[in-house]
Every structure is written in C-alpha cells, then in structure tokens.
Design a protein around this ligand. Sequence first.
Ligand code: NCD
Length: 362
Amino acid sequence: MRSLIDITDLTVEETEELLNTASDIIENPEKYSEACKGKKLATLFFEPSARSRLSFEAAMIELGGSVIGVSSAENCSASKGESVADTAKVLSCYADIIAMRHPKEGAPLVAALNASIPVINAGDGGHKHPTQTLADLLTIKREKGRLNNLTVGFCGDLKYGRTVHSLIAALSRYTGIKLVLISPTELKIPTYVKKDFIERCNMEYVETTDLEGSLGSLDVLYMTRIQQERFSDRAEYERLKDVYILTEEKMKKAKSDMIVMHPLPRVNEISVGVDNDSRACYFKQVYNGKIMRMALILKLLKEAEDKAPYKAEGNKYEGYRCVNPRCITSVEQELEHRFAPSKNGGEVLRCIYCDKKAVKKD
Ligand code: NCD
C-alpha cells in the first residue's frame, strides 16, 4: 500500500513525475475534473488547521471526488481513548484515502501501518510535513527553474519547524545545494536531520544566528514562524518570538532574484510591506500546495490497487525505549517501541516513529 509519510517515500523520479503532473493540471484543469469521481478523501485533523485541511479538500473536490472528515480530536473517538491504529482501520471502511494531521510525532505512520487505504502525513507534531514540501518544490521549480545549484536559507524555528525538516530531506537528493541555517541557538536543526540528510549527503552548510549578514548569498529564503504550540516553556517562546523579522529594508540586501518563501501562517516574521515585493512567493506556495496535493492524491489512488501494507523498517530491541514525550509511543501504551539503525551508518538506534535516539532501560 502506497502512503506518503516521509518525503523520501517518493523517489526523485516520482517527485519529478508529480511536478510534471502538477504543470499539466495547471495548464489543463478540465482534464482532471472527474479524475477521482466516486472516490472519498477522509481528512483527520487532530491539530488546529484551516488552510492545510482546506487545501486537501479543495484538491479532492477539483478532482471530482468528495470529502469527509473531522477537524479536531474532541469531535471524534480519539477523545474517548481510541488508538490511532483503530481509527485508521475504521476510516479504511469509509474512505479511499486519508490525510492525517496529528500533534504526536509518528501518528500518521501508525495509521499507515494499520490502514488498508493510502495515508498522507499532513503534519505530525514538530517532525515532518511532506505535502508542504511538495508545494515548496513546485514553487522553487516554477520560480527558479531548477531544483539544483541553489543556496537556500532557512530562517526561524528550525527545531520544531516540520516543513524545514522535510524540505531539507528532499533537497538532500539534488546536487549543488548549499544550506544556510539561520536560527537562535536554542532552535537549531534536530540532530537526525543534520546527520541523516545534511551530513550523510555531504551537503554544504553553515549554521548562523545572522539573517541580515546571510541575505546577500541566498537564492531562496525560507522563513518560518516560531512554533509557539511546541514550547514547554512560555517564557522561552516570549524571548525568541520576535528574533527575526524580514522587512522591506532588509530585502534591499538580498539578490534581485532571490525568492522569499514561508509555509504560512505568518505571525510577524515577514512584515506586510514585503508582500508587494515581486520576490515574495508565499501566496504562490499556497496555490502550488493545492495543485501538488491533487497530483499526489491521483498517484496514490492509482497505486492503491496494490494492497500490500505500508512498509516501515525497524524492530523491537530488547531493553530499548523511546522516551520522547512528543512521540506517539508516549501516549499509546499498547504500541510496540520499534527502532532502526540511523541512516548515516552510525551505531545509533532511532525510534521509527519520531527519529529520536533509543534509550537503554535497565
Ligand atoms: C505549517 C505547518 O503546519 O507546519 N503550516 C502549514 O502547513 N500551512 C507551518 C506552521 O504551522 O508554521
């Protein structure tokens, strides 16, 4: 069963194929208006979201399909203690494909392992967000004409910003990408992203706290909001929230063809005045997101004929536990803790749900 849990579930060729389908959808929308007639998308959003959920819904409707869904955990049996695995099995009887957002890292993977229909990870905690990455790749491709030989700056909350993690994973498969990772030291990129993608793929990168000093070298600037809901310490959020604000003044230091991206919602990290700058691409990203979701739904439904379950590497390792409080294993006691050796060939065992290091318990 084909699901999209991690952006690397798609090969580079398949990603290319989706980008091509997207271009065709843009040029010939009428060709696709009945492509998913009779098919149902279930949107299961256990975290507040309007735009991503509506993007999936709009995508399915434009393909001629229909949509059912829940938009908060309170409105469904999760509030009665139903497991993600059970929810996925139930939904498999009602719909043809599921888009799931969940505050716990790894929840969509649990759903994919238990559903008999494809599952799309629409964001799991501060972990991954592969469909935003598809929107981002289409935006870069359309605006810059290429996905290689680019200097890409990521700025803001690189620790909890799931869109950043997935986009770096995707870019690690292209050549000539240089990364400029701009964040406060408290919000640096997670170790697994650095080790498994940036270092393993020998990507050139620098880590800095300086936005203004970095601007002149960038082809793409990817701004992110500080992820308030992921902070356990409110005071720390208050201290960091306004640390980077992109203004019209600062944009004077950027190349004339640099593009500014942002997954939205914006809080105040890009001043509204920048919206009038022709280099601002964040609203184009929203449109591209809907188109890429259309291309993805089409592909996954085509491949859904293949009923083999979604495969995830990993085993139970005696004595090892995941202790990440943000992982789905922290709330679902029945769920078996499973680990796999880290991708970079190291000795470290990582939780298959959240990518955090396994801890040996005596
Ligand atoms: C992003 C997300 O949900 O991670 N937004 C989105 O997909 N529209 C970014 C964010 O919430 O900051």
